[in-house]
Design a protein around this ligand. Structure first.
Ligand code: NAP
Length: 259
């Protein structure tokens, strides 16, 4: 198995998948492949070799990989991004396990969204997966994005409400950071008070807790760490490749801060 991305060096996925293969006594290996955009077609073709079950896909290839695949699952098409490639015989199918991973992370954290007022930050593939999950869960969804036109487009496609980047968070039950702000120590909600008891979900999966989550915890919010979604989306990929239930606890133990 491979992770196709650019860059990929800091990924937590190899540790999780290696632990999963080990726990089930499987001999597969999971390798990082740093693929420049111009080399993507060749890298995808390489997945057709007999010893490969598939791959994970990350930034910046999740959207641009679609034309190189033989088929794309309906949910991945709706999200507009592929995070998992599954090889069956010599056909490559694109899948996306982020929506299910997000839902499982909320469930595990005891967070219920039905009827709740939720603000989603971001308008990329992660935001789309989150909006599909929250819609299924019956939440009342508002979306804001740095580039407002993208939020408006996404809102019209998914039947949710686009709002300007917030100045206050009063009235929201839950806020989801589905932007990449946080990867380099930024706080996407800097300068805004976080109401006590609000649920703060930060998708940015980091070895060290993000600045947003540390602040949310200190201000009395309920926090859901992107590492938990990372775990569950990886479990989904594992099952798609192997047909086996993922050994969740072995995978969890391979992540930082999860025990
Ligand atoms: P993407 O398609 O590249 O979208 C990036 C989004 O972040 C855009 O909405 C962009 O706004 C916004 N953004 C970037 N820098 C920003 C900043 N400094 N301030 C405010 N907004 C900013 O990426 P994606 O695939 O949706 O992923 C988004 C994040 O989710 C990444 O950090 C990724 O690692 C994470 N993620 C986590 C998991 C998990 O399992 N935990 C799964 C999927 C994704 P503009 O439109 O204005 O550029």
């Amino acid at each position: 198995m491979y992770l196709l991305g650019h860059p990929v060096a800091h990924s937590l996925s190899p540790a999780m998948h290696s632990a999963a293969f080990g726990a089930l006594g499987l001999t597969h290996e999971y390798e990082l492949r740093d693929v420049a955009p111009e080399d993507l077609a060749g890298a995808v073709d390489g997945l057709r070799s007999p010893d490969t079950l598939g791959a994970n896909v990350t930034v910046p290839h999740k959207e641009r990989i679609v034309p190189f695949l033989d088929a794309v699952a309906p949910e991945a098409l709706r999200i507009g991004a592929v995070n998992t490639v599954v090889k069956t015989e010599d056909r490559l199918r694109g899948e996306n396990t982020d929506r299910a991973g997000f839902t499982a992370a909320l469930d595990e954290s005891g967070v219920f969204v039905r009827g709740k007022r939720v603000l989603v930050l971001g308008a990329g593939g992660a935001a789309r997966a989150v909006i599909i999950a929250l819609t299924k869960g019956g939440a009342r969804i508002e979306v804001a994005n740095r580039t407002q036109a993208r939020a408006r487009l996404l809102a019209s496609l998914f039947g949710v409400t686009a709002v300007a980047w917030p100045e206050r968070l009063d009235g929201y039950d839950l806020v989801v950071n589905a932007t990449s702000a946080g990867l380099h120590g930024e706080d996407p909600l800097a300068g805004m008070a976080l109401p006590r008891k609000m649920v703060v979900v930060d998708l940015v999966p980091m070895r060290e807790e993000t600045v947003l989550l540390t602040r949310a915890r200190a201000e009395g919010c309920v926090v859901v760490d992107g590492l938990l979604m990372l775990l569950h989306q990886a479990a989904g990929s594992f099952t798609l490749w192997t047909g086996r239930e993922a050994p969740l606890e072995a995978m969890r133990a391979a992540l930082p801060r999860m025990v």
